[in-house]
Design a protein around this ligand. Sequence first.
Ligand SMILES: C[S@@+](CC[C@H](N)C(=O)[O-])C[C@H]1O[C@@H](n2cnc3c(N)ncnc32)[C@H](O)[C@@H]1O
Length: 218
Amino acid sequence: MKRVPEKEVMDDPAGAEAYAKADFSGVNQAFVGNLLKAHPQAARGKVVDLGCGPGDIMIRLAQAAPEAAITAVDASGPMLALARSAVAKAGLLGRIALVDGYLPGLPLADRSFDAVVSNSLLHQLPDPKAFWAEVKRLTRPGGAVFVMDLYRPASEAEARRIVTAAASGEDPVLQEDFYNSLLAAFSLEEVAVQLADAGLPLAPEQVSERHLLVSGAV
Ligand SMILES: C[S@@+](CC[C@H](N)C(=O)[O-])C[C@H]1O[C@@H](n2cnc3c(N)ncnc32)[C@H](O)[C@@H]1O
């Protein structure tokens, strides 16, 4: 199935709210557990989350790794406002720096992070090259990359089946976003080519029936 790009920055307040209300606690906690298992040094290092959305993953990381210095970036005002209030509610404003930034061209210094992480941003970008170039630019030599995203199913019917199986109880706005995201996602083969083109010594692996993971040191 051909890729169908979706709207990039999630700056619609209703869409951002529906996303923030959805229960991603299980997958988000697993993301943090898997990150720290694969890259234990992230627990004491500088970590940046690209496309942090409502901030739940970085809140969980801050709670699991009290010594991590966390920066969370997003280009959506409504998402950042939701993240700010969730971070404040968790009492973590002093631990998580929230940055309003659009990728490419994030206002962050070259090679300044021990770990660059991201969940569900890559598929939203019109140009995946910009994403991997920014990942490469921000990671310090020997630093960790931990990027998870959807991968594109074989057909629209398969995308519908995945949405029904995984999210039939969710807000209809969220279900439609999820469907559009599956159609906008890249295949494993496409991500492998993107990584090679970017000169990153990493490979994507399939970690569920709809997720891929790129994890390693650069
Ligand atoms: C699907 S959400 C994922 C949020 C979060 N990572 C999570 O897993 O819950 C993707 C986020 O990336 C942000 N985003 C999309 N394009 C962006 C860009 N070019 N620069 C920065 N943020 C972007 C969106 O605004 C949105 O908040």
